[in-house]
Design a protein around this ligand. Sequence first.
Ligand SMILES: CC(C)(COP(=O)(O)OP(=O)(O)OC[C@H]1O[C@@H](n2cnc3c(N)ncnc32)[C@H](O)[C@@H]1OP(=O)(O)O)[C@@H](O)C(=O)NCCC(=O)NCCS
Length: 149
Amino acid sequence: MSSPYLVIRDASLDDLDEIYKIEKESFPDPYPKGLLKAFLFFPGAYLVALSEGLILGYAIGVVRYETVGHIISIAVSKEKRRSGVGRQLLAKSVERLRLKGVQSVRLEVRESNVEAIDLYKKAGFLAEDKIEGYYVDGESALVMYLSVK
Ligand SMILES: CC(C)(COP(=O)(O)OP(=O)(O)OC[C@H]1O[C@@H](n2cnc3c(N)ncnc32)[C@H](O)[C@@H]1OP(=O)(O)O)[C@@H](O)C(=O)NCCC(=O)NCCS
């Protein structure tokens, strides 16, 4: 499928309802809306991708320490997947974190989430660790890193 014409911009409070809708359809254990809101005030890159004014996806990246970035979450609305939105959101998040002085970017992903793992590997992330029982249902997480020095 071809990529829709995308605008990627900083998220704002007005985007929260749409972000939360995508969050709920994307994860078995969605973040509460209040937490999605709180991340707007963290240093980093909280981005939304839009086409024709509609939010298709979002990515939350934060600066954890001066040189370490963390992709907290990335999701694309179900009907808009597989058209390059996730790839573009991830690339932009990493670039924004790099411009803030980050030298490596970390993320956790369910070990069964082959779609996301493939997305991250194609962006250059390497699985360097595993955290047993990381998620509430007991599934383990792969910890992936990307050097952006
Ligand atoms: C993971 C997710 C964000 C990918 O978004 P997307 O817009 O569909 O991804 P893209 O179209 O940009 O695809 C980029 C790459 O991701 C991988 N990918 C995406 N969907 C895939 C699928 N269904 N099967 C296999 N690989 C897939 C592929 O490597 C793809 O590259 P390709 O198109 O050259 O094969 C999306 O599937 C999603 O929102 N999933 C639910 C939320 C989630 O799991 N987020 C990750 C949390 S760690």
